[in-house]
Design a protein around this ligand. Structure first.
Ligand code: MN
Length: 232
């Protein structure tokens, strides 16, 4: 049996200090997981249950560390926002994973960006439509090299930051998350069977804002390095 068209390639992320790749199955993203960001988006930062949306796996943009990488400004927006986030890559899946065992499922962590056509997301919110036009643009999920948990452990504290042309726009601590990574995995696994290759974007702190062509974004997380993207 043969495929009737060329089979799509498996999206994959680089591994830090290695030529190996991490194959991606699904990308889950948590919304409003830092209290100050929930407030700036007009929400209530109390600990209500987390909510999730998804990006297509092939909307990730694998980014090698060290160099400045071009990031294309997507069509149909005039308000394209950065959201710095820690990306969590799963080595093991399962259903109904207990919080205490959740981190055993993690392969590693990376610096990620949940790039967002905010004008289209805002319109979707107003019209009670789904978020894909705002959140799932091609290449809207730049992710840097994955650092295996065997090397870095499970970062629960440390600075997460984003600057634009050298000016700090977002700066917080991983411990500011409302729902921890372990809690996110446990929660998601009650709704979906998680699997190796799943990636979770763990939410963004406050300070999100728009970028324009020509600007350079630098996203960094303590222990995970940094990525640099020039918007073109
Ligand atoms: Mn986000």
């Amino acid at each position: 049996m043969a495929y009737v068209i060329p089979a799509p390639t498996v999206p994959a992320l680089p591994i830090a200090d290695s030529s190996d790749l991490f194959p991606v199955r699904r990308v889950y993203c948590v919304g409003r997981n830092y209290a100050a960001h929930a407030r700036e988006m007009g929400g209530d930062p109390t600990r209500e249950p987390p909510f999730f949306f998804m990006k297509p796996a092939d909307a990730l943009q694998p980014v090698q560390g060290g160099a400045v990488v071009d990031h294309p400004y997507p069509p149909k927006t005039t308000n394209y926002h950065f959201e710095i986030e820690m990306a969590v890559a799963l080595a093991k899946g399962g259903r109904d994973i207990p919080v205490e065992k959740a981190l055993d499922h993690v392969y590693g962590y990376a610096v990620g960006l949940d790039m967002t056509r905010r004008d289209l997301q805002d319109e979707a919110k107003q019209l009670r439509r789904p978020w894909e036009l705002g959140k799932a643009a091609d290449l809207s999920g730049p992710v840097g090299p994955l650092v295996p948990a065997s090397r870095v452990g499970h970062p629960a504290t440390g600075t997460i930051s984003l600057s634009v042309d050298g000016t700090m726009k977002q700066k917080a601590d991983l411990s500011d998350m409302i729902w921890s990574v372990a809690e996110q995995i446990a929660y998601l696994s009650a709704y979906f069977e998680l699997a190796p290759g799943d990636v979770i974007f763990s939410g963004t702190p406050d300070g999100v804002g728009a970028v324009t062509k020509g600007q350079t974004l630098t996203g960094a997380i303590e222990g995970l390095g940094e990525i640099k993207l020039r918007v073109v």
